[in-house]
Design a protein around this ligand. Structure first.
Ligand code: GLA
Length: 417
């Protein structure tokens, strides 16, 4: 009897352990605290488009092997030594989250709104219908974040005026109504574009925010990886020269101190198209209407860094400024996510370090004119690509090698001791 009981107990234990083991293997990630983040755009495929990656089981995150210390200075203090601002994107969530704001104030002195200066936060449809002109009205979130930046001495990158995405369709329609109207023609849309640019820069001035803006993405993502122009309603209504007009009009209304940028992703695969395009952005006297090129730098640890620097060096020969505008470095590659292992995080730290070191070397040598390097966030928890763990802090906000690398501290950047 006793023997039978022991046997049964053992069987129950074996069963329970097996069940636990199975369960552990099935658990993919520790659920992360949900945060409310504003809608972001759908990630775009890189040069070699592949089917959506099959998610692989991830390993349970472990604390990093080498503890990264609490640095007593921030990323901004390190970059100031090279004459650069250090930037981050900021979402409406971060703007109300004290932990985020504390990290931002310590590390950054430039802000790009993740969504809140995009076209879908900038117009008033009812007022447009009533007045017959495209009426610009900053959303309450935009106003609140501009005020925070001003109160906290932040510089701001305006992002973005002309984009195929996150732009209300009604602005392209007769009577500002995409339900009943038809698409307007070239002259009407050019007039709307002019009014839009004029009002944006006028309102920034009237509200007292103009001075803190140092750069503005006039156009975002107008070129495809194959070197052709991306379809958009701006292009359909105005024609292929809508890009020239966008820069011409921005140049007409933006104050002198705000640099005008073209901003794009997968930039290293578009060198020739972009190089040729920038040379068309000139006025009648041959002067550039554009001041700088935003390299979004949504990168992967399996990307080719030499190719990236070849692209940067080629664009730099045009004499335009270059800013990294949305830097994040994902583990693995687009169609092959890397696990958050210590080894992969070391590779990521080294990638960040070598990239930023290579940039600072060029800045010091005077071959690249850069005045700001902006990260697209700071914690994996809040990143738009969180499944790739691309940021400086992990999902629990522990500093990663990537943070040591962003601080240009090689000893903490994941290189083997
Ligand atoms: C692009 C845009 C950014 C943002 C990201 C996703 O890179 O330029 O504004 O939408 O996609 O967050």
């Amino acid at each position: 009897m006793r023997k039978w009981k022991l046997g049964a107990l053992a069987a129950v234990l074996v069963f329970a352990m097996t069940a636990c083991g199975t369960k552990d293997a099935d658990v993919k990630t520790t659920p992360e605290p949900t945060v409310t983040v504003a809608p972001t755009t759908t990630p775009e495929p890189t040069a070699t488009p592949e089917p959506t990656p099959t998610p692989k089981p991830t390993v349970t995150p472990k604390p990093t092997a080498t503890p990264i210390p609490e640095f007593d200075k921030g990323i901004k203090d390190v970059y100031a030594e090279y004459g650069l601002k250090a930037g981050t994107c900021m979402s409406e969530f971060m703007a109300g989250d004290s932990r985020s704001l504390e990290f931002i104030k310590k590390n950054f002195n430039s802000i790009t709104f993740e969504n809140e200066m995009k076209p879908d936060y900038m117009f008033d449809q009812e007022a447009s219908k009533a007045t017959g002109d495209l009426v610009v009205k900053f959303s309450p979130a935009t106003e609140k974040m501009l005020k925070w930046c001003q109160d906290n001495g932040m510089a701001v990158r305006g992002h973005t005026l002309i984009w195929h995405s996150q732009t209300p369709q009604w602005i392209f329609y007769d009577n500002f109504d995409d339900k009943t109207g038809t698409l307007v023609g070239r002259e009407v849309m050019l007039a709307r574009m002019e009014s839009y640019m004029k009002q944006v820069f006028e309102q920034l001035e009237q509200k007292g925010y103009s001075d803190m803006l140092y750069a503005y993405d006039v156009v975002n993502e107008a070129w495809l990886d194959d070197g052709t122009m991306r379809p958009s309603f701006w292009r359909t209504t105005i024609g292929d020269d809508y890009l020239w007009h966008a820069f011409y009009l921005a140049d007409k209304y933006a104050p002198e101190h705000i640099d005008l940028y073209y901003n794009d992703f997968n930039e290293q695969f578009k060198t020739e198209a972009l190089y040729n395009f920038f040379q068309t952005l000139k006025d009648e006297e041959g002067n550039y209407l554009i001041d700088g090129v935003g390299f979004q730098a949504h990168l992967y640890t399996m990307d080719d860094m030499d190719l990236y620097f070849r692209h940067m060096d080629k664009i730099a020969t045009l004499g335009l400024k270059i800013n990294l505008t949305e830097l994040d470095i994902c583990l693995g590659k687009y169609n092959d996510i890397g696990y958050a292992t210590d080894e992969n995080k070391r590779i990521q730290g080294q990638w960040y370090y070598n990239l930023i070191r290579g940039i600072m070397d060029r800045v010091e040598a005077g071959t690249v004119k850069m005045d700001a390097l902006t990260f697209w966030g700071f914690s994996d928890q809040l990143s738009w690509r969180k499944e790739y763990n691309p940021m400086l802090l992990d999902k629990k906000w522990n500093p990663k090698y990537a943070y040591g690398a962003a601080m240009l501290m090689k000893e903490y950047a994941g290189f083997e001791e």
